[in-house]
Design a protein around this ligand. Sequence first.
Ligand code: SOE
Length: 393
Amino acid sequence: MKDIRMAMIGYKFMGKAHSHAYHDMSMFFPHLPTPIKQVICGRTTGELEEARRRYGWQEAQTDWQEVVARADIDAIDISVPSNVHRDIALAAAAQGKHIFCEKPLALTLEDSKAMWQAAQTAGIVHMVGFNYRFAPAVRLAKSIIESGRLGRIYHMRAVFLQDWIVDPQFPHVWRLDKSVAGSGSLGDLGAHTIDLARYLVGEFKEVIGVEETFVKQRPMSESMTGLSAKAGSDAPMKEVTVDDATIFLARFQGGALGSFEATRFALGHRSTHAFEINGSKGSVRFDFERLNELEVYFESDDDDVRGFRRVLATDPAHAYSDVWWPAGHTIGYEHTVVHAVAEFLEAIRDGRQAVPDFGDGVMCQAVLEAVERSCDTRSWVHVEDELAAPARL
Ligand code: SOE
């Protein structure tokens, strides 16, 4: 089975998570092609070389166009901010490279459509890094819903709550700049809950939202890693051009109702990503802070023991349990990324399309833009109309 020679554009938070996933592959997924960490690509040579050394890449390069065109590279990992996803993906597709792209897929719906079109035309494997679909407990929720054990689905409520920018003195970083990130908490966090909703409940019909930017200006940052940043004492102020928080309601095409909240101002919540789905026969509840567990409720339980109960999704009956450790030995955030990368590599090996693919990225982008449009117009927006709508300026 041929190794897959990877080039990764980006080396910060997601670059680290993806590098870890490539590193784990041959040990935990020996039946899949081994990803060779050939080239890591970024702008800042000093930090880039340190990442190359620590994460085990063979080469460090600063020119992504050159890297994408190399004949000795099979697949491109896009782990940089959204504003460059389109250019890299179009170039990679034109070179016939498979693509694993971080979420959200693009800066705009139009860009995401162009990426999807190019990827399909090129006949490559294309995937979006919606890693929470790959938590075993989320897979269990999917299995319960698909088997009909929840019955007709009435509700999904989901939150993705963080608090890393509550301090008004936290510097202005790229995630707060619309021209780089596309949106704030909505696209960074809400994209995940939207994708899980599509995965577990179905397609969105219409949405209506409200957004707020609580802190309008922040001191410009000098450096950022992960979700921390530094600013000089005399740093100039810069306008925040994205939402700090977005809350929206939804109707699904299947008739269910949804409520969604994405914020970076929920003090005390470092990264609470949780959902609950209620049906006519039962409910499921997931919380990323206890990502190995799924809480389930079935009306069919005996009267005296009926209630939410906790399932530890590490038994042989659960997804990926055969990959890691014996039952009861839990996994972490990074393993959801390993599972996503395994899907990407398996799709390449088997010559099939990976899931979730750029088409899922487009649908997520359409919901994101429908929510944004609804915030502007203070009215319901049909997602199908958004898909067909001319590009938002
Ligand atoms: C920062 O908000 C972030 O790293 C997101 O960009 C990721 O997609 C999410 O999984 C965790 O939080």
